[in-house]
Structure formats: C-alpha cells, structure tokens
Design a protein around this ligand. Structure first.
Ligand code: ADP
Ligand code: ASP
Ligand code: MG
Length: 417
C-alpha cells in the first residue's frame, strides 16, 4: 500500500463528466489498496471568469477581496468531486483550505504556505475516507482567505504531500508529462521520461507553466517524489501502468540514465525591457536606478550595463510585463536625479531559454544557440546564463520561430537520435 496525493488540473475537472472520470480514477487507486488525498483545481476557465468579474467592478481589484472571489472556484470542485466519489461507493469528504487549515502568509494573490495542520486529514485516512482538499487557497494568521498565485494548486498538492509524508505526488494534467518544450508550440516536442529537479525548477521559473515554480521548490526542499501525467487517458488504465506513466521529476544523484545536454526549452512572453541611456558611469548608479524599482516590489530579471563612452553608459533590465508601466513611471521620476539622457521601454519582448544539466560539462551550447537564431535573422537583445541555462531576450514576434528552430537545431524532436 502506498500513500499518494493526486492533483487534478482545471481541464481534468472541466465538466461533471470529467469529474466523474476523476472519481473513477481515484476509486481505482483506492480499490488497489492505496490511500489517496485528492487536490482539484477550479474548472478550467473558472478562475479567469472570477477575476474578470472582479475587474468589471474595480480596475485594480482589492487583493483581499479578489482572493475571496477567486478561491470559490476550488470550493465548487471539491464538493462536486466528493459527491462523484460517493456515487462510486468511495467515502470522501471535501475541505476548503481554511478548514484543513493551510496556513499562509498574508500576501494576497501570491501567498506562501507556512504550514499545514494535517490532523483531520490523518483521521479521515485512518477511517478509510478520501479527503478532497481545495487547491490554490489557504488562510492567513488573521483568518483572511488567501490564494497562492496562478497555477497554485500544484503547490497545494506538493505541500500536502510534504506535510503528510506521502510516498508520491501525482500531478494529473492535460498533457501526458513534461515535454522538451510546450507541445502547443512545437507539436514534435518529445515527452521526457525523467527530468531532474534542478532542470524542472529552471524550466518552471523560465516560463514553462506545466508546474508552478513553488511546487517544484517545495518538492525539492522536502524531497517529495513528483510525477506529471495525463488525466485524459482511459480512467480504467491499470494502476500499475498509470503509476509508471508520465514524467518523473528525479534528484540528479538518483539519475541512472545518460543525460542529454539540453533537456528542454522554456519561454516567457510576459516580459518587458527598460533602458536608461546616458547615465554617468560611477559607483552607486545601478543602485540609484534599481533601488526604487525594488522598493516598489517589482522583480528585476536580466540586467545589462554597457561599456562607458566618455564617462556615460546605458543600463537595461527586464521586469514582468504587468509591472512595465509602473517601472517606466518610477524611472521617469528618478531620471533627472540620476542625470539620465532618456528612458526607453519595450514591452513586446520575450525570453527564450535552453535548460540542461549537461551544459555543465559541454561547451559551445551558447554559440550554437546564437548561430541558430542569427541564421533566422532573429536579433538577440539580451543574454543571461547560469550553470544549466542560457536565456536570450528577443522580439516577441519571433517567439514561436525561435523555439521551433532551437528545438530542431538541438535534436530535441521525437525520434531524434
Ligand atoms: P492544469 O490545468 O492541469 O494545471 P496547465 O495548463 O497549468 O494545466 O499546465 C499544462 C500545460 O502546460 C500544457 O497543456 C502545456 O500546454 C503547458 N506546457 C508548457 N510547457 C510545457 C512542457 N515543457 N511540457 C508539457 N507541457 C507544457
Ligand atoms: N485555479 C487556479 C488557477 O487557475 C489554480 C490552479 O489551476 O492551479 O490559477
Ligand atoms: Mg497548472
């Protein structure tokens, strides 16, 4: 007998028919003698709909109230799924985040989980009841409802698996695993049987939305065995087959197989670039520019400072696109203070990144990437590298082309050697 946390994403619970299939799948695991905790997301499109309603009433919805509204999507699915399980003859009980309770900080719309009281869930499991716990939500120390950021049900599931010391956390979704890149962009993308935590962390942080980045962080920190697999296969697929399907996120040291140099390509559309031109090249200038941006809680990603000419330099950096106009305004405010010539901005850029632990031991990946992009006439505006990734900022209009040509150039396709 194993103890498994199973998370089902929005597409997997998009209709009562799909919810019934999820219940069949869960019932199958229970019948095979496993203990299961289920974590569903809201029905697909529901969280967007709820946020849309909020925006109709307030241009920038109040974050506390937005969480009250956005968290209702998951309350519906836990109730419905529990009913579907009961209809299958499985004892089940639904829980909201606050009923559990999933304690978070008070950062509305992007709260972090601080702890989980697993007592009631353990009691249910001991009594043969399947707890169905709402993903994406928690409660802060003052009793306010919170949500964990978009895609946050992944993190709820992994955090529950960590708190309950589950044997494995299964993330059921609308693809049958983690691919070399988003299969919606490159249909020839190949499913990976395994990927290391480190690579998955990079892929998620560089834009692959298949897993929320915090879920991967949690899994790495608490050594949760994590697998991504399809919820759209035959629900009666034998448990032994299903248990081995999809993509297993592994710890590198456990990895037996020979590693490919590049495991995958990630991309992020929601980026923007700001450039401050003609600033004096003196100590403190980076702080003078980026300090106020950081004070406004805006995350800065890539940073480039050009060589100075006649004591003046240009300074560029990227921010999330949602923070673009705020960042531009901040720079306009400090422009005269720092003695800049001009503030330029571009919110039609994207970031394309190649990820692979094999980069540590193989040289020449960056130059091959740059050559491939240049052969397509794609101009690289910014570059950043780490031990296991290379990112390039390019014009947004080249995003799909860049991902496709890199995928081909690095032989990541199905059937490639
Ligand atoms: P869920 O609602 O189940 O949480 P998501 O939409 O959040 O599902 O995540 C699954 C989607 O992630 C897939 O449909 C796919 O388009 C996208 N995706 C992005 N990058 C990848 C990748 N490297 N491998 C697999 N899927 C990816
Ligand atoms: N329903 C939430 C969202 O759409 C959480 C999730 O799906 O993981 O972001
Ligand atoms: Mg998701």
């Amino acid at each position: 007998m194993a103890f498994i946390v199973q998370k089902f994403g929005g597409t997997s619970v998009a209709s009562t028919e799909r919810i019934r299939n999820v219940a069949r799948r869960v019932a199958k695991w229970c019948a095979a003698g496993h203990q299961v905790v289920v974590v569903p997301s809201a029905m697909s499109g529901e969280t967007n709909r709820l946020i849309g309603l909020a925006r109709e009433l307030q241009e920038e919805p109040d974050p506390r109230e937005l969480d009250v509204v956005a968290s209702t999507g998951e309350q519906v699915t836990v109730g419905l799924l529990s009913m579907a399980l009961m209809a299958q003859g499985v004892k089940a009980r639904s829980y909201t985040g606050w009923q559990v309770k999933v304690l978070t900080d008070s950062a509305f719309t992007k709260a972090r989980i601080l702890g989980i009281d697993e007592q009631r869930l353990r009691e249910d499991l001991a009594a043969g009841i399947v707890p169905v716990v709402a993903g994406f939500q928690g409660i802060d120390a003052h009793g306010n409802l919170t949500t964990l950021g978009r895609g946050g049900s992944d993190t709820s599931a992994v955090a529950l698996a960590a708190a309950l010391k589950a044997d494995e956390c299964l993330i059921f979704t609308d693809v049958d695993g983690v691919y070399t890149t988003d299969p919606r962009i490159v249909p020839e993308a190949r499913r990976l049987a395994t990927i290391t935590f480190e690579e998955m962390l990079e892929m998620a942080s560089l834009g692959s939305k298949v897993l929320q980045i915090r879920s991967v962080e949690f899994a790495g920190k608490y050594r949760v065995r994590l697998r991504v697999l399809s919820s759209l296969t035959d629900p009666d697929l034998p448990v032994a087959v299903e248990a081995q399907s999809g993509t297993l996120i592994t710890f590198e040291e456990d990895e037996q197989m020979e590693q490919a140099v590049i495991s995958g390509i990630a991309f992020a559309r929601d980026e923007a670039k700001l450039t401050v031109t003609g600033v004096p090249d003196r100590p403190g200038i980076a702080y003078a520019i980026l300090g106020p941006v950081g004070d406004a809680n805006i995350d800065v990603d890539m940073i480039i400072q050009n060589a100075s000419v006649d004591g003046l330099t240009d300074f560029s950096f990227t921010v999330p696109r949602g923070d673009y106009s705020r960042a531009l305004q901040i720079l306009e405010n400090v422009k005269s203070h720092i003695g800049a010539r001009a503030i330029l901005g571009d919110n039609r850029i994207c970031k394309v990144s190649m990820v692979g632990v094999g980069m540590r031991t193989h040289a020449g990946i960056a130059s091959r990437m740059f050559r491939t992009l240049s052969e397509e006439g794609i101009n690289i505006q910014m570059i950043s590298t780490s031990e296991i990734k290379i990112s390039a900022v390019v014009d947004e209009k080249y995003l799909e082309l860049a991902v496709r040509v890199l995928h081909k150039a690095f032989d990541l396709e199905q059937g490639a050697a």
